[in-house]
Design a protein around this ligand. Structure first.
Ligand code: NAD
Length: 263
């Protein structure tokens, strides 16, 4: 199926590895031009080289820390300077740190809000006027299964991603007549570097192997396996497509059945 996004410009945040990079690759495979950002110049360069070699599309990168407002401005300014517009925005960032309520003072909450909520809001603020003017836009936020079923020991993530969900659902209504859709994708346990690092850290703490920890994650998932980044990215590409023009305000999980609720 041709997704109808050849030549569109996609800004994918936090795309040097993991889910962001997988989404970028999928959009590029459909012919979208890319502007990517992340903190590490080396991994970002590698991502750009791999994606442009595999797909032949134009990929521009900006080294930026999404928890810093001035860096977000730099990313959107660069996107406009390079491509003149952004048609598809994917908001994404690293996850806030784990821990129970007592582990996080207010400064930690502020950092989580800046990284997760403010980055989504400010990236959107920069690109939305152009989308409304052209009567075409796709905003896709990477959140988490935690917004439908809180994950133990992740109070910051559970709380701040729910704020992103409220923001997106409300914005979807505000721009519904402007050809702009706003949706969230909720990753379940997906095999990215982050999840492997998390498994290694838990394994060291508990004197187990990475395989033992991953098996524990898998035991909670009806499909009994982790998701692959490509499976997650496929939904992002569809939501970015011409065909997804009547889907807005939704939070859709890609989780192998992990969320236990009916809706
Ligand atoms: P990852 O660690 O593999 O990749 C994260 C990306 O974000 C990297 O490119 C990294 O460079 C970038 N990044 C991190 N902090 C940044 C910052 N301050 N500024 C700019 N870039 C930054 O993680 P992932 O597995 O791809 O997860 C992506 C998001 O999805 C995270 O927020 C994560 O918490 C969430 N999530 C992931 C899973 C999963 O199983 N992979 C499950 C639920 C939620």
């Amino acid at each position: 199926m041709d997704l109808g996004i050849r030549g569109k410009v996609a800004l994918v945040a936090a795309a040097s590895r993991g889910l962001g990079r997988a989404i970028a690759l999928e959009l590029a495979s459909e012919g979208a031009k890319l502007i990517l950002c992340a903190r590490g110049a080396d991994t970002l360069d590698t991502a750009r080289n791999v994606i442009s070699t595999c797909t032949g599309v134009e990929v521009h990168t900006v080294v930026a820390d999404l928890s810093k407002h001035e860096h977000i401005e730099l990313v959107t300014t660069e996107a406009m300077a390079r491509f003149g517009q952004v048609d598809i925005l994917v908001t994404n960032a690293g996850g806030p740190p784990a821990g129970p309520f007592e582990a996080h003072d207010w400064a930690a909450w502020e950092r989580a809000v800046n990284l997760t909520l403010r980055s989504a809001v400010e990236l959107t603020r920069a690109v939305l006027p152009g989308m409304r003017q052209r009567h075409w836009g796709r905003i896709i936020n990477v959140t988490s299964i935690a917004v439908k079923q809180p994950v133990n020991n992740l109070i910051l993530s559970n709380s701040v991603r729910s704020a992103v969900t409220g923001f997106a659902r409300t914005l979807a209504n505000e721009v519904a007549t402007d050809g702009v859709t706003v949706n969230n994708i909720l990753p379940g346990y997906t095999r990215t570097e982050r999840v492997e690092e998390l498994a290694d850290a838990n394994a060291r703490k508990e004197g187990l192997s990475r395989r033992d920890i991953l098996a524990r994650f898998e035991s909670e998932i009806p499909m009994h396996r982790l998701g692959e980044p490509k499976e997650f990215a496929a939904l992002a590409a569809f939501l970015a497509s011409e065909q997804a023009s009547y889907i807005t305000g939704q939070s859709i999980a890609v989780d192998g059945g992990w969320i236990k609720s009916l809706l």
